[in-house]
Write a protein that binds this ligand. Structure first.
Ligand code: F6R
Length: 261
């Protein structure tokens, strides 16, 4: 079972995850972080930036791999995940830009970009801690329902609900690209620690399916049940459809503090 932690809000989640990442970096100064984009992890990145500043953590050796990228956005587009990762993660945390990779969504080279990305993750020794959000459709990364649980980084077609959800970042809904390049579910499962974050009622169904439903490609988030070290951190609203909530709270309340998340 994944560990499930209910927190007051995304700031409390951010503090927990920042703690885990700071202790990882102290143990391993060239730690490899798996970076989600979207709105969910933003408070976590801010909490982490604050911790790094306050505790004067040296992050110059920290490496990163984004989960995904749109295919076909012009280089430098502000909503490309390369731009988002630079703006929300690399700059505020003070990471070394060359050590943070994002899949290459250039249509000219995208055919082999997935294999190149897999090779880069392997060469880096794998991801130590992977931050994940989850879509309303249950996607993790951009692995939409039906994605193979063994999939690796490759091009996917976004579903209509995901394009509609992401339209808020673009001038018009038609501007949301149709294709993306995303780490596969198999890629994500190779990370050593998965931290899945979700906030708000709109995520409650996807979280219930991911944590308590059957493991199925129809609910890509359910793949986290296959991982030996998954931490799911949610607020009350995102937890509201979980059946075993009382037990998750009990387990968390009685967890030895030294274990962290
Ligand atoms: C982003 C990603 C997606 C998002 C998901 C939730 O890199 O891989 O799986 O985590 O679409 O998006 P938000 O956080 O905007 O609700």
């Amino acid at each position: 079972m994944a560990e499930l932690v209910v927190v007051a809000d995304e700031h409390a989640a951010g503090a927990l995850v920042a703690d885990a990442i700071v202790s990882l970096i102290r143990r391993k100064p060239d730690a490899v972080l798996g970076l989600a984009t979207g709105s969910t992890p933003l408070a976590t990145y801010r909490a982490l930036a604050t911790r790094i500043g306050d505790d004067a953590i040296d992050v110059r050796g920290v490496r990163g791999f984004a989960l995904d990228e749109y295919v076909g956005l012009p280089a430098g587009h502000p909503e490309s995940y390369r731009a988002v990762i630079t703006r929300e993660v690399v700059e505020p945390l003070g990471l070394t830009p060359e050590l943070v990779r994002v899949p290459n969504g250039d249509p000219v080279t995208v055919e082999h970009a997935g294999a190149d990305y897999e090779a880069a993750i392997t060469a880096a020794g794998g991801v130590d801690l992977q931050i994940l959000g989850i879509g309303r459709t249950g996607h993790i990364g951009f692995n939409e329902p039906g994605s193979s649980l063994a999939s690796l980084t490759r091009v996917k077609t976004l579903t209509a609900p995901t394009r509609a959800d992401n339209a808020r970042f673009f001038e018009s809904p038609e501007d949301v690209p149709m294709h993306c390049i995303t780490q596969g579910i198999g890629t994500i499962l190779r990370a050593r620690h998965l931290v899945l974050l979700a906030f708000g009622e709109a995520k409650a169904q996807a979280i219930a399916a991911a944590v308590e439903g059957p493991v199925t490609a129809s609910q890509p988030g359910s793949a986290v049940q296959l991982h030996p070290h998954t931490t799911v951190i949610v607020d009350e609203a995102a937890a509201s459809k979980l059946e075993n909530l009382a037990y998750y709270r009990h387990a968390w309340d009685n967890k030895p503090a030294w274990q962290g998340i």
